[in-house]
Design a protein around this ligand. Structure first.
Ligand code: FPP
Length: 217
């Protein structure tokens, strides 16, 4: 079975640039190129949704020039994208200023009726905060069934997160979709994100297809 929903933890952009004697910030534009190739292959393979971890709550501690570089790459994407994906965001996009938040509203509106792959961008997102916020909303409403809770997570409505891929050599989730990833298959590669492409996605999908999923049963 092809994974319905894939999470991408796109690690290694800064190291990729440093390894070429470039400023770390140059890695993010290359990271977007790698993402485009990966998304094209995901769509070809029939994946329904891809969620990408583009800025975590912990990334707010990064030097200003890195935050500025990431925001600039993503805002430009928001303004220029004219393909057939449906694009949505999750996380505190208002933390990046009005102009960025406007660009998010704009791309979400422009692409809401698109029928292609669903690209969900986690930006200013942290899985712990998301769980706490969902719990707070349930407490406020006085309704706290599992269904109420899940409906209040940012990833509500997306297909089950079947597979999480992390590039860059580290083997952890770093707060990515902590609730949704409870039974996701995890795939790690040492490749730095800008070197990742459609063939790497195919390798991850082939690995996924070889896994036996028993969900604890
Ligand atoms: C971690 O790599 C990655 C990020 C903090 C952001 C990645 C964002 C992009 C590639 C832009 C994607 C574009 C869109 C439109 C979603 P790192 O640079 O921290 O890795 P390293 O320091 O470990 O090398």
């Amino acid at each position: 079975m092809i994974p319905r929903h894939i999470g991408l933890i796109m690690d290694g952009n800064g190291r990729w640039a440093q390894g070429r004697g470039l400023p770390r910030t140059d890695g993010y534009a290359e990271g977007l190129t790698a993402l485009r190739k990966t998304l094209a292959r995901a769509a070809e393979r029939g994946v329904q949704a891809v969620t990408v971890y583009a800025f975590s709550t912990e990334n707010f501690a990064r030097p200003d020039d890195e935050t500025t570089a990431i925001v600039s790459v993503v805002r430009t994407f928001n303004r220029r994208y004219d393909g057939d994906m449906k694009v949505t965001y999750m996380g505190d996009v208002y933390a990046f200023g009005e102009d960025f938040a406007d660009s998010v509203e704009d791309i979400e509106k422009r692409t809401e009726n698109n029928g292609g792959l669903h690209l969900n961008i986690a930006f200013g997102y942290g899985g712990r905060d998301d769980i706490i916020n969902a719990a707070k909303r349930c407490c406020d409403k006085g309704e706290f069934t599992r269904e109420d809770f899940e409906a209040n997570l940012s990833g509500a409505g997306l297909p089950p997160l079947d597979l999480v891929i992390r590039s860059g050599g580290e083997k952890r989730l770093s707060g990515f979709m902590l609730y949704e990833a409870a039974y996701s298959e995890l795939y790690f590669t040492d490749k730095l994100w800008p070197d990742f492409d459609g063939d790497d996605l195919d390798a991850a999908i082939a690995d996924f297809e070889g896994r036996q999923r028993k969900f604890g049963a």
